[in-house]
Design a protein around this ligand. Structure first.
Ligand SMILES: NC(=O)C1=CN([C@@H]2O[C@H](COP(=O)(O)OP(=O)(O)OC[C@H]3O[C@@H](n4cnc5c(N)ncnc54)[C@H](OP(=O)(O)O)[C@@H]3O)[C@@H](O)[C@H]2O)C=CC1
Ligand SMILES: O=C(O)CCC(=O)C(=O)O
Length: 412
């Protein structure tokens, strides 16, 4: 089964539970538009390499398509379509006036120079420029993309359109028209979702322990926001492996250590080295996968000892594992809810760009918190009402938001 087919399973379950018009499911099940582009780049040594890029616009029913751009050697059209589908669901749950989209380039950014990376980035924007724009489709960061890459994209798109176009992209540096609080937003939202679940499960935050897989933008900010709220993090990991300390980590110190250690957390003083698999299998209150998709599968779902899972990454749990976790009674806050803080603050950034007036960090954090708490409550209540998982509950909320505009627009 492709990733895209797998991703649609909870939507199909939700659709049955609410007796959704089958026409709505048929429309939502396919991206509106997909684009594959070739990006020829003259590399530093003079030879030309042709990179492949994608953009999938899953839906524009609720507003312009919205979603990040991923740079990774395993990017594929199937992955980009799936991530775009999750964006549609995520934006609908968060109550944003956006549809969903996603992009990606097949490249391992560690294997190209900074100059080559800039050329690849500009070449990608040149090729997808006709279909993107502040009222059409608004890209943002994802795995291995950051504020520097957003700045190159913004500059290239501005040149093509002969005008400064900050509203066409989010996740920018503050000096490029970015928003306060965007870099930390996804991790902060993950912790808001974690605290909401702990509250409903009757567990005090000070009694909870966390294991976090991944220490990039999302993982490191999840860890820092957790520590700021007094939660104890006992296990962390990145691509180099995992570290464990029963007394808890100070993620700010781990980050500082990684900066001076080739960007990896391996060898953190005083910590016990563990494998990436072991991080997922720690006996903790909350497991937070914050790396890539398909980390919790039929192979390890039975070995998970966490009392609950909050998905910071997109798609970390596969369909078989989802069934196993449900049978084992382990609640899972799904990706489309838990990591919605990132796109929520991207929305704030876009709004600020459109009217060229900027908010304080306190305003951003406060509004994000209110929207996350509301979205969590809607999903949790839908799951309870239909006696199902929070993942299916999330799709119930999203489908209910999408079906009426589909009818009113005359699409179904
Ligand atoms: N950035 C955002 O705003 C949002 C991101 N997401 C999702 O969150 C997830 C992480 O994204 P983001 O933090 O931005 O990406 P980054 O590229 O910043 O970080 C990814 C992290 O995962 C680590 N990693 C990769 N493979 C493994 C592995 N097998 N085991 C453990 N760690 C691993 C990487 O290690 P190393 O650096 O050493 O390679 C890195 O620490 C993705 O699923 C993304 O789609 C969701 C919502 C918003
Ligand atoms: O900030 C955004 O617009 C999108 C972030 C993203 O790609 C995601 O939520 O997966």
């Amino acid at each position: 089964m492709s990733l895209f087919e797998m991703a649609k399973i909870p939507m199909e379950k939700a659709s049955k539970l609410i007796n959704l018009d089958p026409n709505a499911e048929a429309v939502i099940s396919q991206p509106e538009r997909t684009l594959e582009v070739s990006i020829p780049v003259k590399m530093d040594d003079g030879h030309v390499e042709v990179f492949t890029g994608y953009r999938s616009q899953n839906s524009t029913v609720l507003g312009p398509a919205k979603g990040g751009v991923r740079y990774h050697q395993n990017v594929s059209m199937d992955e980009v379509k799936t991530l775009g589908f999750w964006m549609t669901t995520k934006c609908a749950i968060a109550g944003l006036p956006y549809g969903g989209g996603k992009g990606g380039i097949i490249v391992d950014p560690r294997k190209v120079s900074k100059t080559e990376l800039e050329k690849i980035t500009r070449g990608y924007i040149d090729k997808i420029a006709p279909v993107i724009g502040e009222k059409k489709d608004i890209p943002a960061p994802d795995v291995n993309t950051n504020a520097q890459i957003m700045a190159w994209m913004c500059d290239e798109f501005s040149k093509i359109n002969c005008q400064f176009a900050p509203g066409f992209i989010t996740g920018k540096a503050i000096c490029m028209g970015g928003s306060q609080g965007r870099t930390s937003a996804t991790g902060r939202g993950v912790i808001t979702a974690t605290l909401e679940l702990l509250k409903r499960e009757g567990i005090k935050p000070e009694d909870a322990t966390l294991a976090i897989q991944g220490f990039g933008n999302v993982g490191s900010w999840t860890a820092k926001c957790a520590a700021d709220k007094g939660l104890k993090i006992v296990a962390l990991s990145d691509i180099s492996g995992g570290i464990y300390d029963a007394n808890g980590f100070d993620p700010y110190k781990v980050e500082e250590y990684a900066k001076n250690n080739g960007g990896v957390i391996k060898g953190y003083p005083g910590a016990t080295p563990i494998s990436n698999e072991e991080v997922l299998e720690q006996d903790v209150t909350v497991l937070i996968p914050a790396a890539l998709e398909l980390q919790i599968t039929a192979k390890n779902a039975d070995k998970i000892k966490a009392k609950m899972i909050v998905e910071a990454a997109n798609g970390p749990t596969d369909a078989e594992a989802d069934v196993i976790l449900e049978k084992r009674g382990i609640p899972v806050v799904p990706d489309v809810l838990a990591n919605g803080g990132g796109v929520t603050v991207s929305y704030f950034e876009w709004v600020q760009n459109l009217y060229r007036y900027f908010w304080t960090e306190e305003e951003v954090i406060d509004r994000q918190e209110q929207m996350m708490v509301k979205a969590f409550g809607n999903v949790y209540d839908a799951a309870k009402k239909y006696n199902t998982t929070m993942r299916v509950g999330a799709y119930i909320v999203a489908l209910n938001a999408l079906v009426e505009p589909l009818k009113l627009r005359g699409i179904i």
